[in-house]
Design a binder for this molecule. Structure first.
Ligand SMILES: NC(=O)c1ccc[n+]([C@@H]2O[C@H](COP(=O)([O-])OP(=O)(O)OC[C@H]3O[C@@H](n4cnc5c(N)ncnc54)[C@H](OP(=O)(O)O)[C@@H]3O)[C@@H](O)[C@H]2O)c1
Length: 300
């Protein structure tokens, strides 16, 4: 199996590269930076490519592409987010017109204004979002499904595990004096996605015959407070969540839309965000495992 992976220098793309090379696949890894650590890529060959700039002049001959590259922080400048996440996806599709595309999207395409309760794939995308990241991911999904060759769209939520560049670092940035302020009660349920499980799902999608959209998450949702304590403990950080009622912080978020506790943060922490993963189990052969947080090293 010959695979190309975009976003290979990142958290998810690196895990996909390592899983694919461990399976004996021939992998070409793409990232934006000039050079990459071979261990992060599982020894895959590396090529720099800014996907927002242009399509590849000389794409490798591959059977499938796992497209992980994105401006993924959620705090990126809107122009850059759209350039990478939508125009970049167009360039990926144009570079590899005749091979299977596995597009790593996000459960962020579900309605941010309402709880996501065991969402099925047809419930997203929606027509309005709180940030450019979700809107651009939704637009990219539509593009992939319209023009991709047997395309697969995967929607993980809250990806965690070794080398996390997004979720855990963002939590740690907000810890003050041993407390992590969090809107809500900590009791709402959330679907988490282990990065290794997501990587396995990407390989299943690359080799399988099923096309379409699939939620990817661990076997059962967990209370968000339990997940936050587990993430903090796994990082060795002696901090605890401090819950602030959503009704108190929502008016503040309206006045300071770019503040730390903005409407997006409230929508993520104070509302249920759970996914139905039946389609991935039945049609991709995905085997989910329970959410666990063994001690992990932070990426440096
Ligand atoms: N992490 C999560 O919780 C989560 C949840 C749901 C969905 N996702 C999705 O999973 C995918 C991977 O996210 P991640 O967490 O692995 O993010 P990440 O660690 O920030 O990695 C992003 C990757 O995209 C590359 N990239 C960014 N801009 C690029 C550009 N203009 N041209 C080429 N490459 C570019 C980066 O390359 P350089 O580092 O070399 O610049 C890096 O390899 C994204 O599509 C994201 O939307 C993530």
């Amino acid at each position: 199996m010959r695979l190309a992976v975009t976003g290979a220098t990142g958290f998810v793309g690196g895990a996909v590269c390592r899983a694919a090379t461990a399976a004996g696949w021939e992998v070409t890894a793409f990232g934006r930076r000039a050079a990459a650590d071979g261990r992060h890529l599982g020894g895959a060959a590396y090529r720099p490519w800014d996907i927002g700039a242009a399509k590849l002049a000389d794409p490798p001959d591959v059977d499938a592409v796992v497209h992980c590259a994105a401006s993924a922080t959620g705090t990126g400048v809107a122009d850059e987010v759209w350039r990478t996440n939508l125009l970049g996806t167009h360039h990926v599709l144009a570079s590899f017109p005749d091979c299977r595309i596995v597009h790593v999207s996000s459960a962020g395409v579900y309605d941010p204004f309402r709880p996501t309760v065991r969402a099925k794939e047809h419930e997203g995308p929606v027509s309005r979002y709180l940030d450019a990241y979700a809107a651009a991911k939704a637009a990219a999904e539509r593009l992939v499904l319209a023009v991709g060759d047997r395309p697969v769209v995967l929607r993980p939520h809250a990806v965690y595990g070794p080398g996390d560049t997004t979720l855990l670092p963002r939590l740690l940035e907000n810890v003050r004096a041993g407390r992590l302020p969090v809107p809500g009660t900590g009791r709402v349920l959330v679907s988490m996605t282990a990065v290794d499980a997501l990587a396995r799902a990407c390989l299943l999608a690359a080799t399988g015959t099923a096309a379409g959209v699939f939620n990817i998450a661990d076997s059962e949702p967990v209370p968000i407070g339990w997940a936050l304590r587990g993430l903090l403990a796994s990082a060795g950080v002696p901090a605890r969540p401090l819950y602030v009622p959503a009704a108190l912080v929502t008016p503040v978020a309206r006045v300071f839309p770019r503040g730390r506790v903005n409407r997006y943060v409230i929508s993520q922490f104070a509302m249920e965000r759970t996914l139905d993963i039946t389609a991935a189990i039945d049609r991709l052969g995905y085997e989910p495992e329970p959410t666990t947080f063994p001690p992990r090293r932070l990426k440096v």
